[in-house]
Design a protein around this ligand. Structure first.
Ligand code: SAH
Ligand code: SF4
Length: 470
């Protein structure tokens, strides 16, 4: 793709700022509230922060309270059917709010509605949805909203999905010490089960200078953790006029002054390099944590998934990582019951879990996605077999995670304190560099700060401790 066509022009962005001003003028002085509800991955959360940024610029106060909202925007996910059904169901519930408050505006955007069939569904079955736009149209939300307001007509916008890069939009960050920074958008990999390349378009990298400026600003504002986002960060920079590797970008980010930790996701094993692992090993600013989606432990299944690596190549990477950083935390994504997965293939996945000993896994039962090659594979797996394998896999990993968590008892860990625990309001909760969840008692002032916590006991998914006396 030609860069000049991919990067949205400054004039176009200025035009959107004009629309933001026009909406603000239309709304007048009265206080207005907007709610952005997000489904799916971190990329979607980052997009929602830009949507909220634009809404804020238009004069809306951002709220979590749907009853208070004058505008609700649902940012949807399409990666599994379950995520789509959740977004549709919540949109359905908002209908009742609109019956009570006629002026309420409801918008829907993101990956699910970037599929033509879903756009049609919304148009015909959800008449109370006021506007819809796809992922490639995010930056035009002010124009879409303004047009809806002045024309009093529903607006539906899907662009061609090759995608674009919009710089300079306002961002409303939902967290005061952890920030997302998208470094690239889209995906070129076309794994045979995955809808992402269809709904988010082709891979495109942000200019490194734009990324560095954003990181510098975040560091100056005191952000403690910066997570770089992309569907496959390892192909960062290939499409730039002056190509650079993700490892080179990381090195430059680590040179930015400030006390912050860098994380990144996601890495595709076919493109993860030793150069990247070396850069991690040399830079203490980069968290000792690596998310490396395996998907399956069977080479036959990996091939049918179009993943382009073998378990042997995957293990080589893991071994190299552990050689360079023996204490690195490893996590992965697994898909269970991909079409044609035999019992033996599945055993291969369990074998990989035991061999790698991940700190944690994110596992999913295969979900058929319209328009993807795997949806037409004839050998779809029976749901009862799928759920049985899923349960066995969780049990296998639970044992490993619990054992690994036990090892922390008696250690003092640095924890970035995120807030009060959702299940026990007397306790603070946070995460370690390796993403371990830690609960402990402490003063509120610690929220947003690092604390040293002595670990007293562990459960499968969490550690419990007390403030260490240093
Ligand atoms: N780009 C990232 C992840 C994108 S989707 C990567 O390649 O790792 C996040 C995870 O959802 C994937 O890693 C995969 O495990 C899961 N996933 C994607 N499509 C799926 C499908 N059709 N059914 C079940 N899980 C799926
Ligand atoms: Fe989907 Fe594969 Fe791209 Fe990840 S790399 S977003 S799983 S197509």
């Amino acid at each position: 793709m030609e860069r000049s066509k991919v990067v949205i022009s400054k004039e176009q962005i200025a035009l959107q700022y004009e629309y933001m001003g026009k909406v603000r003028a239309l709304l007048g002085q009265e206080e207005r509230y907007a709610l952005v509800r997000t489904y799916g991955c971190q990329q979607n959360e980052a997009d929602s922060e830009r949507l909220a940024g634009m809404l804020h610029e238009m004069g809306y106060s951002i709220t979590e309270d749907e009853k208070k909202a004058d505008l609700i925007l649902v940012n949807t996910c399409a990666v599994r059917e379950h995520a789509e059904l959740k977004a549709l169901s919540i949109t359905g519930q908002f209908k009742h709010l609109k019956e009570k408050k006629k002026s309420l505006l409801i918008g829907i955007c993101g990956c699910m509605v970037s599929q033509e069939h879903r756009k049609e569904d919304i148009k015909h079955k959800y008449p109370y949805v006021d506007f819809l736009f796809g992922t490639a149209m995010l930056y035009r939300m002010p124009e879409i909203l303004y047009t809806r307001l002045v024309k009093q007509k529903r607006q539906f916008f899907l662009d061609d999905n090759s995608g674009n890069i919009a710089e300079g939009l306002p961002v409303y960050r939902m967290n005061e010490f952890k920030a997302w920074v998208s470094i690239m958008y889209g995906c070129n990999n076309f794994c045979s089960y995955c809808v992402v390349p269809y709904v988010r378009g082709r891979e495109r990298s942000r200019d490194p200078e734009e990324i560095l400026q954003e990181v510098k600003a975040l560091a100056e504002q005191g952000y403690k953790e910066i997570t770089l986002l992309g569907q496959n960060v390892n192909s960062y920079g290939k499409d730039l006029e002056e190509p650079m590797t993700f490892a080179q970008l990381l090195e430059r980010i680590c040179q930015v002054e400030g006390e912050f930790t860098v994380r990144f996701m996601t890495s595709h094993p076919k493109d993860a390099t030793r150069e990247l692992i070396d850069v991690m090993a040399q830079n203490p600013k980069i968290a000792r944590a690596f998310h490396l989606p395996l998907q399956s432990g069977s080479n036959r299944v990996l091939q049918r998934m179009n993943r382009k690596y073998t378990t042997e190549r995957y293990l080589e990477l893991v071994d190299y990582m552990r050689e360079k950083m023996p204490d690195i935390a490893l996590t992965t994504d697994i898909i269970v019951a991909f079409p044609g997965e035999s019992e033996e293939d599945f055993e291969g996945t369990l074998e990989m879990l035991r061999r790698v000993e991940y700190d944690n896994i994110y596992s999913f039962i295969y979900s058929k996605r319209k328009g993807t090659p795997a949806a037409d594979y004839p050998d779809q797996i029976d749901p009862s077999v799928a759920s049985d394998r899923f349960a066995r896999m969780i049990a296998c990993q639970q044992e490993i995670s619990a054992r690994k968590n036990k090892d922390y008892t008696g250690e003092v860990l640095q924890v970035l304190v995120e807030g009060y625990s959702k299940t026990d309001k007397t306790k603070l909760t946070g995460r370690t560099e390796k993403n371990r969840l830690v609960h402990f008692e402490g003063p509120e002032e610690l929220i947003g700060q690092h604390a040293a916590v002595l670990i007293k006991r562990s459960e499968t998914y969490a550690l419990f401790g007390e403030l260490a006396q240093l």
